[in-house]
Ligand binder design. Structure first.
Ligand code: ADA
Length: 588
């Protein structure tokens, strides 16, 4: 890889060699760019916290005093200096770029809202927390430039409609994921999206997205798996060139054998390498099949959250989580409730996990859906979700609007639009949403999968009864009966959430709510039910690890302001339920 580091910071700290020294530790997610000049900007950035009640219209960059450093990726409100603070902050770094070049800033995810400045001029804003976003601009005069990322983590529905305080996960402030700065050639290859067309012959279609000075016909070389290059020239339509080819010596991707391929597309001055897998995902007679083979999806919902780093996912943490998931006998992860880190998805591709990747939403109401800003942001983020994660064979399901209001007719437009948006981008995967409306849900007919979030025996019907564990099985039996009667027998059924809270280390001889014992007894019933009942296509237990949530009085139902339903606690210490779930999943 040619991208070279050129770190010249404002402060006198000796950090210029940061990237060089750690380059090997930075896992660059696909796509990779073999020819163009780009830089991964992760490292120590200059930082200035502007305050808690800043008027965003009158931010004056010149007056900002950058007298500290902050890590990028990193969230300031998880650090000891600014714990839980909401306000406006500036992250600054100095970079080199040739004069008058086309530049692209690729941000893996920020929160909650951001404005980007290049040499003091605003070049873009981001109102989609967690989404991978690109910002294009011109480098302007000179070789030395200043990049400033303003981050605002105040809750403001107008400015950032996708996140609200009542969501049951914490909305952090900072730069969640890696930052890349690209200097673009005249015509750049932005992405190459590979879609498997035929698993018997290895035929794929490749959609090449171009930008810049786009020719009428695009001439390029193409090589699979680093092999021999072949030359092609294809017509360009709306900035896209496409081609269908058979991958030589292809091997199918499957959860058991996660074989991967790469495709490299290059021109004289640009080159991109994308990784993909050849597999087919179908739903038939209540089953989800990969390459025609029925799958029982066994796994967890997983938040990208850590007590010390918030949503920032250090590489060892990703590996740790995936090792635990494998050990638990899981083959499935539901990435809740927002687009996941691309490195996590790369690893899922390699390890053979099947993934449900979803855009952000949480219990949104008809009032939200009626709001134009919210509606548009939903569509934009869902479109980006699909475009960004298109090449991951691990992603077999697209999801959206966790527990949105799917029992009110006026919400239909939002659901229809999101189904249409996703299917318009990609018709090769299954599309669903996690519903907590059970029999009252109006939109299951639109969905490829019936996905139910439910907590019988936790948020119990009978609140006077100790240990209402006997609510679990009838809840599912009744629901399945009802769905089958409604004519939905052939749709796969996923228990997309079920769980019980347990405070790590809290043991109780009554085996009551919040004890590790209650959770273990609870998940034993739920996991075994899912494993044994052939009508259950899959389960993603709520949730993998404890995670920070409301720091307001919403937390009265969340001891420690943490959602304690993790099978592991927030520091990845397994609770009693760990071995119970493992036994159930592994029996399969
Ligand atoms: C919902 C929601 C989760 C979590 C869970 C719970 O199903 O989707 O994010 O809040 O409830 O713990 O109650």
């Amino acid at each position: 890889m040619e991208g070279h580091a050129c770190h010249d910071r404002f402060l006198s700290f000796e950090i210029a060699s940061y990237n060089k020294n750690t380059e090997k530790d930075i896992m660059k997610a696909f796509p990779q760019y073999s020819k163009r000049h780009f830089e991964i900007l992760d490292g120590a950035w200059d930082f200035c916290f502007l305050g808690e009640s800043v008027d965003l219209d009158s931010v004056n960059l010149k007056k900002a005093a950058y007298n500290e450093l902050m890590p990028v990726p990193g969230v300031f409100d998880a650090t000891p200096k600014y714990p839980g603070m909401r306000g406006t902050a500036l992250y600054r770094c100095k970079v080199a770029a040739a004069p008058n070049s086309r530049m692209k800033l690729r941000l893996g995810g920020i929160g909650l809202w951001s404005r980007i400045y290049w040499d003091g001029n605003e070049v873009g804003t981001i109102d989609l927390p967690y989404s991978g976003v690109e910002i294009d601009f011109l480098s302007g005069k000179g070789k030395e430039h200043e990049l400033v990322i303003l981050i605002d983590n105040r809750l403001d529905f107008k400015r950032c409609p996708l996140f609200s305080q009542y969501y049951d996960f914490y909305g952090f402030g900072g730069i969640y994921r890696t930052v890349e700065l690209h200097q673009l050639p005249e015509c750049n290859i932005n992405r190459a999206r590979v879609r498997p067309l035929d698993i018997k012959t290895g035929l794929v279609s490749i959609d090449i997205e171009l930008s810049g000075k786009i020719p009428a016909r695009f001439a390029f070389n193409l090589a699979f798996d680093g092999g021999k290059e072949e030359g092609f020239c294809e017509t360009v339509k709306d900035g896209h060139a496409s081609i269908k080819l058979k991958v030589p010596k292809f091997k199918l991707w499957s959860p058991e054998k996660p074989n991967l391929h790469t495709v490299t597309i290059s021109t004289i001055d640009d080159g991109i390498t994308e990784r993909f897998g050849i597999r087919e995902v179908t739903a038939e007679k209540g089953q989800i099949k990969v390459n025609g083979k029925p799958q029982k999806l066994l796994g967890y919902c997983r938040h990208e959250s850590h007590m010390e780093f918030g949503p920032v996912q250090p590489l060892p943490l990703l590996f740790e989580d995936l090792q635990y998931l494998k050990d638990l006998g899981c083959n499935f992860v539901r990435g809740t409730h927002y687009p996941q880190d691309q490195r996590f998805l790369d690893l899922c591709d390699q390890l053979g996990f099947m993934v449900w990747e979803e855009s952000m939403g949480w219990n949104n109401s008809p009032e939200h859906f009626a709001d134009k800003g919210f509606f548009d942001a939903q569509v934009r983020q869902t479109q980006l979700l699909v475009r960004n994660s298109f090449n991951h064979p691990s992603v077999i399901i697209w999801g959206f609007l966790n527990e949105g209001n799917s029992e009110t007719r006026s919400c239909e437009k939002m659901y229809r639009t999101l189904f249409k948006t996703i299917r318009g981008e990609d018709s090769s995967r299954l599309v669903t949403y996690a519903s907590n409306r059970a029999e009252r849900d109006l939109f299951f007919e639109m969905s490829d999968i019936i996905s139910l979030n439910t907590y019988p025996g936790w948020y119990a019907k009978d609140r006077e009864k100790a240990r209402p564990l006997d609510e679990i099985v009838p809840c599912f039996d009744n629901f399945i009966r009802g769905m089958d009667k409604r004519g939905l027998k052939d749709k796969p059924f996923i228990i997309s959430e079920i769980g019980a809270g347990a405070i790590y280390g809290w043991h109780d001889r009554f085996r009551v709510h919040w004890s590790e014992e209650y959770q273990a007894d609870y998940l034993e019933i739920a996991a075994n039910y899912a494993v044994r009942n052939p009508r259950v296509t899959g389960i993603s237990i709520w949730h993998f690890a404890d995670a920070r949530t409301y720091t307001s009085s919403y937390a009265l139902g969340r001891p420690r302001t943490i959602n304690d339903k993790g099978t592991l606690d927030e520091f990845r210490r397994p609770k009693m339920a760990y071995d119970i779930v493992k036994r159930a999943f592994r029996k399969k």
